[in-house]
Design a protein around this ligand. Sequence first.
Ligand SMILES: Nc1ncnc2c1ncn2[C@@H]1O[C@H](COP(=O)(O)OP(=O)(O)O)[C@@H](O)[C@H]1O
Ligand SMILES: [Mg+2]
Length: 407
Amino acid sequence: MFECSRVYLDTLQSAAKIVINQGGTWSGKTYSILQVLCTHAVQQSNLVITVAGQDIPNLKAGPLRDMERILRSSAWLRSQVTSYNRTERVYEFASGTIMEFNSYDDEQDAKSGKRDYLFVNEANGIPYALFKQLALRVDKQVLIDYNPSAAFWVHELVLTNKELYPSVELLISDHRHNPFISDDMHAQIERLRHENEETWRVYARGLTGKVDGLVLKNVFVCDIIPADARFLAYGIDFGFTNDATGCLEVYLQNGELWVNELIYETGLTNPDISRRFKALGLKTHQEIIADSAEPKSIEELRRLGWYMTPARKGPDSILHGLDILQRYRINVTRRSTHLRAELAKYSWKKDRQGKTLNEPLDAFNHLIDPLRYVALNKLKSAANTQPKSRLPWQQNSSDGLGLGEMM
Ligand SMILES: Nc1ncnc2c1ncn2[C@@H]1O[C@H](COP(=O)(O)OP(=O)(O)O)[C@@H](O)[C@H]1O
Ligand SMILES: [Mg+2]
C-alpha cells in the first residue's frame, strides 16, 4: 500500500492500549502513526478515528499535511477514501470509517464524542486534563507523539501510574529510523552534538531532556496582529535544499513586536520567492530585509522589482540582533507554526561540560534569522534607548534641568 519505516511496523504491532511514540525531530513519528491509522481505516469498518492537535494551524502544518502526502503516495489508498470535508477536516473511507482532525478548546469541549482510535499529536502542547477527557472516550487505542524537550504528563502520569494506565508501550525513535530523508538532513541533525549536547539528546536521539537556555523567552502567541500596529519590515533568510527559506513580517505596537510567518519552504529559487511575494500581497514599496551574505539573491530580487535591503553586518551582529530582540515582548501569530517551533528550540550553545556559551545554536533559525535582520536594521540598540529622564550620575547643580523629583 505504501512504503513504511520501522516506526510504522512497531506502532502497528503494539497491542498496548496506549502507544507512546517519543522521538527526535524527523524520526517519522507523525507520518508513521497516520499510516497506521490509514491501515485501520481500510481494514476495519465504521470506526471513528480522532487526530487531536494543539490548534488548527499546527494540525494543518503537521498531521493534515502528512495525511495529504500519504494519500498522494498511494493511488490505492486514495481509491479507499470516499470524501474529504475540508471545513470539518473529516476523511471518510469506503469502509465507513471516518478520520477527523480536531483541536479542543478545553476539557468540556473534549467531553463530546467517542472514538475507536485517538492520536494526540505533539502531546506536550496539550493539557493533561484535556488528554484525560479525550482518552476516556477511546475504545481501542490511544497513540501519542512528541519531542521530549522536557518531562510532562506522559512521563509523570501515563508512564508511571500503573493503576490509571495499566497498558502502555513506549517507543523511542530518531532520524536514523527514517530512511526517507537525505544524508544531508541526517548530518544536519547530528551536528547539534557539537553545539549543545542536551539539545542533541532530545532532537537527535529522542531522549527526555531539559532544553533550557532558550535565547528568546519573552514570546507569546496571539491570534492577529493589531490593526493599529506599525509595519517595520519583512525579513527573509535564503535557504535551498535542506534549509528552508524563511520569511516573516514584523510590526511594532505599544512597544511590543508582532510577528507573522509568511514563508517556510525548501527548494525555492529566487523567481519562486518573487512569485510567493506577489501571491502574499507584498508591495514593492515595502522593505524586505535579507541576509547580507547573499548579495546575489538580493540583487536578483531587486531586479525583479522588490525593495530589498541587506541586514546590517558587523562583528557580533548575531548577538547584537538577539540582544535587541530580548528587550521586546514578542507576539507571534498562532498560524506561525514553524516560527513557534523554532522559538521553542533556539537555545545557546554549550561546551562539553554543559556550560552555556555566549553563542546561539546554528540551527532552528530559518525564521529567527530574518527576525533578527529586522531588529538590526529597524530597532534601536540598547545604547540609543536610555530613558530620556535619566540624569547624569554626578549631577551638576548648575544644570538647571529641574528634573530632580524624577530621580
Ligand atoms: N514512510 C514514509 N514514507 C515516505 N516519507 C516518509 C515516511 N516516514 C517519514 N517520511 C518523511 O519524513 C518526514 C518527517 O516525518 P515526520 O513524521 O513529520 O517526523 P516527526 O513527526 O517524527 O518529526 C515526513 O515529512 C516525510 O517526508
Ligand atoms: Mg511530528
